[in-house]
Design a binder for this molecule. Structure first.
Ligand code: SIN
Length: 276
C-alpha cells in the first residue's frame, strides 16, 4: 500500500490496495493509521459495488445512523449524494459542516464513492480543524476556551429548514422532520477521541449557539469563527474521479460541496462510519 500526501493542509491518495476484496487485518490497521494522520484518504480506481462499500465501512468501524435522507432502495446504510444534469435547487451541503454533529455520538467518518462525476467542478473542500485551532490568534482563542457548542439539525432539516418543505426540485430524497429540532452539546475545542490531538469541532450551521451565551453574542462569534475555520490555508481541495472512494474523519475536518457543473449529473454513494 502506498500513501501519497496531497501537499495541502490534509489529505492523501492511497494506492496498492483493492477495496473490492475483503481486507486483511494489517490492511485495515494501515488504512486507519493513514486516515488518522491525513484525515482524508482518496482511493482511486476502485471498482466497488454497494456490498463492497458496506463491507469497507464495516471494516473501518461499522455504520453510523443517517437521519433525514432516505437510503437508496434495498439498502439501510447507503445514501445517494445526487444531482441531475438539469437540477436547479441549490447544491446540497455547500456550506462547511461536519456530518451529523447534532447527534449524541456523531459519526467518526464518512465514505463517499464516485459513480457519476462531472467533467469539471463538483470538488469537495476539506478544512483541517486541528490546524485551524493551532493557528488561531490568542485573542480569538481566549474567547472560545471552554465553550460548549449547541448543535442541531433544525436550520437544515426542520420542516421550515433549508431542505424543508420549500426545497423544491431536488433529486435527493431528503426527509425533513420535527426531530431535527433536537439539540445536543459538544465541547467546541475538544480532543480527537483516537489521537488525542486538540481541534475545533463543528461550525455555524449545525452549531446554533453556545451554552450560557445569548444568541446576540453567539451568532457574530460563530460567523467570525466560520470565516476563520474555512480559510484556504487549512484546506484540501479534493478533485473527484469516477470509481474513487474517499473517506474522511469528521472529528478532524469540516467539509463542503462545491458546484460549477451545471448541465452535468453527479452521483456518489455515501455511508457513515460509527463513532469509535
Ligand atoms: C457531503 O457533505 O456529504 C457531500 C459532499 C459533496 O457532495 O461533495
Amino acid at each position: 500500500m502506498h500513501v501519497e500526501p496531497s501537499g495541502q493542509a490534509c489529505g492523501a491518495v492511497v494506492t496498492g490496495v483493492d477495496l473490492a476484496a475483503p481486507l486483511a487485518p494489517q490492511d485495515v490497521a494501515a488504512i486507519r493509521a493513514a486516515w488518522l494522520q491525513h484525515h482524508v484518504l482518496a482511493f482511486p480506481d476502485q471498482h466497488l459495488s454497494d456490498d463492497d462499500l458496506e463491507r469497507f465501512t464495516m471494516a473501518m468501524g461499522g455504520f453510523g445512523e443517517d437521519p433525514f435522507i432516505a437510503p437508496i432502495p434495498g439498502r439501510t446504510h447507503v445514501i445517494a449524494i445526487q444531482r441531475d444534469a438539469n437540477e436547479t435547487a441549490p447544491i446540497f451541503a455547500e456550506t462547511w459542516h461536519t456530518d451529523w454533529s447534532f447527534q449524541a455520538r456523531p459519526p467518526a467518518g464518512t465514505c463517499l464513492y464516485g459513480l457519476t462525476i462531472p467533467p469539471a467542478g463538483g470538488d469537495t473542500l476539506f478544512a483541517n480543524q486541528h490546524l485551524a485551532l493551532d493557528a488561531m490568534p490568542a485573542e480569538l482563542r481566549a474567547r472560545i476556551e471552554g465553550l460548549v457548542a449547541i448543535h442541531s439539525a433544525q436550520k437544515a432539516y426542520a420542516p421550515e429548514g433549508f431542505y424543508g418543505a420549500g426545497d423544491k426540485g431536488r433529486s435527493m430524497t431528503i426527509r425533513p422532520s420535527e426531530a431535527a429540532r433536537a439539540t445536543q452539546q459538544h465541547p467546541f475545542i475538544r480532543h480527537h477521541p483516537e489521537t488525542g490531538r486538540k481541534g475545533l469541532f463543528g461550525c455555524l450551521g449545525y452549531i446554533i449557539g453556545f451554552e450560557g451565551m445569548s444568541e446576540e453574542e453567539a451568532l457574530p462569534l460563530l460567523v467570525e469563527l466560520y470565516h476563520w475555520q474555512g480559510q484556504e490555508q487549512f484546506q484540501y481541495r479534493h478533485r473527484w474521479q469516477k470509481n474513487m472512494l474517499v473517506m474522511w474523519d469528521n472529528r478532524s475536518v469540516l467539509h463542503a460541496a462545491t458546484g460549477g457543473y451545471q448541465g452535468h449529473a453527479r452521483l456518489l454513494h455515501r455511508t457513515t462510519i460509527a463513532a469509535a
